[in-house]
Write a protein that binds this ligand. Structure first.
Ligand code: AMP
Length: 188
């Protein structure tokens, strides 16, 4: 069983690392950002409601996200575990997740906090070139992260499940550091 939450600022490499681990541990990578981007592309009602917030680097309102996570974690492919990337993003979402996990009788193994200094983050995001990766939007996303998401570090520290990893290392080094923390039992 592998159940992990990836925390860390935008551009820290959460998606890249979560994707790799998802393959090696054979558990779904659940990225709320990817789900929202797909909804925007498909012009669904969710996508239309979310697009403006995303383009401005703001969080989309919790009411658009919470049910989506409840439905996703109730799907059959999560029986072997899951990797959450981009959720929770604020204390309300973290509290919701705790309640949801109690309800479905699951628990999270670790919260992985990928730490990267701001300069490196901006550089990485500019290289990525996503629609919401323009410099002023990036700056806002970092600000939103500091204000709303960073408090989750203290929130999870209290639960003693937090593991910090230096995300400024090379991709390979980060992967290795993660492998030391996460025992993935997909091959068993
Ligand atoms: P990400 O790909 O995780 O960087 O997310 C891209 C954008 O999607 C964010 O800047 C937010 O606008 C939105 N988003 C993704 N996940 C969440 C979430 N859990 N809560 C609110 N907004 C989110």
């Amino acid at each position: 069983m592998t159940r992990l939450i990836f925390l860390g600022p935008p551009g820290a490499g959460k998606g890249t690392q979560a994707k790799q681990l998802s393959k090696s541990c054979e558990v779904p990578h659940i990225s709320t950002g990817d789900i929202l981007r797909a909804a925007v592309k498909a012009k669904t009602e969710l996508g239309q409601k979310a697009e403006g917030y995303m383009n401005a680097g703001e969080l989309v309102p919790d009411e658009l996200i919470l049910n989506l996570i409840r439905e996703r974690l109730n799907q059959a492919d999560t029986a072997k575990g899951w990797l959450l990337d981009g959720f929770p993003r604020n204390v309300e979402q973290a509290e919701f997740l705790n309640n949801l996990l109690d309800e479905i009788e699951q628990s999270c193994d670790f919260i992985i906090n990928l730490e990267v200094p701001d300069d490196a983050l901006v550089e990485r995001m500019l290289e990525r070139g996503r629609v919401d990766d323009k410099e002023e939007v990036i700056r806002n996303r970092l600000e939103v992260y500091r204000e709303q998401t960073e408090p989750l570090i203290a929130f999870y520290e209290g639960q003693q499940l937090l593991r910090s990893v230096d995300g400024a290392q090379s991709m390979k080094q980060v992967t290795e550091a993660l492998q030391e923390i996460v025992t993935c039992d997909a091959v068993v």
